[in-house]
Ligand binder design. Structure first.
Ligand code: HEC
Length: 110
């Protein structure tokens, strides 16, 4: 009974994951370059040009090994209220935040 009820939710979750996966694939190489530029310059102004830390902590793959891509993307989109970490939602879309989170987890070359 319970399984039957949750089936539509599971389907919805699976659908959302597939759609966001497709959306990530839709980010053009030009936009990817812009996002990396944003990461180096805007994020870098607080997290260090090499993302090794500054006003904000280092953004290194070791730190994010146990973070899900979604959690990392949400931190980027919504920021951390009460700290200088601003929300980036006004500037980048959710698929773009997921893509950036994936890059941070892999580690971008300085
Ligand atoms: C104005 C300064 C500032 C800018 C610009 C900024 N951040 Fe931050 N960020 C911070 C601070 C400060 C923290 C630590 C917040 C806290 O005390 O929890 C933080 C925390 C984070 C965290 C959580 C790190 C952890 O180890 O818990 C992530 C992820 C992050 N920032 C990503 C980004 C990304 C990606 C960008 C660019 C799109 C960015 N930040 C731009 C100041 C900034």
């Amino acid at each position: 009974m319970r399984l039957k009820r949750s089936l539509p939710n599971l389907l919805l979750i699976a659908f959302t994951i597939i759609v966001s996966g497709l959306a990530i694939a839709d980010i053009t190489p030009e936009r990817q370059a812009e996002l990396i530029y944003l990461l180096r310059h805007d994020c870098g102004s607080c997290h260090g040009m090499r993302l090794e830390g500054g006003l904000g902590p280092a953004l290194k793959p070791e730190r994010f090994r146990h973070w899900s891509t979604e959690t990392l993307a949400m931190t980027i989109l919504y920021g951390r209220s009460g700290t200088p970490m601003p929300p980036w939602g006004p500037f980048i879309t959710e698929p773009e935040a997921l893509w950036l989170a994936g890059q941070l987890k892999k580690g971008i070359q300085p």
